[in-house]
Design a protein around this ligand. Structure first.
Ligand code: L34
Length: 295
């Protein structure tokens, strides 16, 4: 039996149309949500993600500025740009695309963003609030995964969730959101990583398997339980088509795994579009909070 496909792209579109309405309401009250995206260097994948973020913002009616800095930008220069954005009342959200070049200390940069404008949810203040279950700006990919599960009717409460990957962007925060005592949480979570002794032992127990390891096709059919739900966060560029487009593969061996599971997200068109959409959600939330508006 073939698996149901969970099209993040469609769920993202539904959330975006809700957001577009909220943005129009804000505008009628004189508030235009503003986002600045900062890209250091010329990594083609980063360029395409940042472009997609700006395009989506503009389509929804968010004021969006893209700042491109050269690869050899100093930490001081980047800190100065962030400080200017922190002070700019037209900017509600600041996103510094990762990874950053080696001469720049990532933690120092993330900590310099005003937590109220931290639409990536990476500032230590927001990470701390997230862990404590307090209202805050949530990281986009983890929040997108929670929304994806909720809106596709996957039961998370009491489920055995296994997360593969312990990054600060996905693995650690998604594990944390899923254990929170609230809607979209209440799961039992196991977090696997490169030092896990028997990965397949854990992944085979998962009702919901979330893979964010950055290793193309690492999860094979023998590693999943029949009837599981699989969320593939990997976006690996494994080659180039004749027309010069990147060929993408997830962290899951899609063809094999889809034979066995109940539902699976495709790559592309799964988690990626949710990440971008939750960034829009956060920008709107930051603008509302700054203006003291509850809609
Ligand atoms: N600061 N850095 C910061 N915030 C983030 O949230 C990110 N991330 C990750 C990399 N660095 C970051 C992203 O935006 C990964 N990421 C991201 C965002 C969107 C997509 C993939 C990764 C996406 O839209 N993927 C499409 C395919 C795009 C393509 O063709 O290349 C998809 O359908 O999966």
């Amino acid at each position: 039996m073939a698996a149901e496909l969970i099209y993040g792209k469609n769920i993202a579109a539904a959330i975006q149309s809700e957001l577009a309405e909220t943005i129009q309401q804000l505008k009628s009250q004189g508030v235009v949500p503003g986002l600045v995206t900062i890209l250091v260097g010329e990594d083609p994948a980063s360029q395409s993600y940042v472009r997609a973020k700006n395009n989506t913002a503009r389509v929804l009616g968010i004021h969006s500025e893209q700042r491109n800095l050269p690869t050899d930008t100093s930490e001081q220069e980047l800190l100065a740009l962030i400080a200017a954005c922190n002070r700019d009342p037209a900017i509600h959200g600041i996103l510094v695309q990762l990874p950053l070049p080696g001469q720049i200390n990532e933690a120092k940069i993330l900590a310099s963003i005003d937590p109220a404008k931290d639409v990536d949810g990476f500032h230590p203040v927001n990470v701390g609030k997230m862990v404590l279950g307090e209202p805050c700006l949530l990281p986009c990919t983890p929040h997108g995964i929670v929304e994806l599960l909720l809106r596709s009717g996957v039961e998370v409460t009491g489920a055995e969730v296994v997360v593969v990957g312990r990054s600060n962007i996905v693995g650690k925060p998604v594990a944390n959101l899923l254990i929170q005592k609230r809607q979209g949480g209440n799961a039992t979570v196991t977090l696997c990583h490169t030092r896990t002794k028997d990965m397949a032992f854990h992944t085979r127990r998962a009702d919901i398997l979330i893979v964010a390891a950055g290793v193309p096709k690492m999860i094979t059919a023998d590693m999943v339980k029949e009837g599981a739900v699989v969320i593939d966060v990997g976006v690996n560029r494994i080659g180039m088509s004749e027309s010069g487009k990147a060929i993408l593969a997830g962290d899951v061996d899609f063809a094999g795994v889809a034979e066995k599971v109940r539902a699976i997200t495709p790559v592309p068109g799964g988690v990626g579009p949710m990440t971008i959409t939750m960034l829009m959600h956060n920008t709107v939330q930051a603008a509302k909070t700054a203006a003291g508006i509850q809609l």
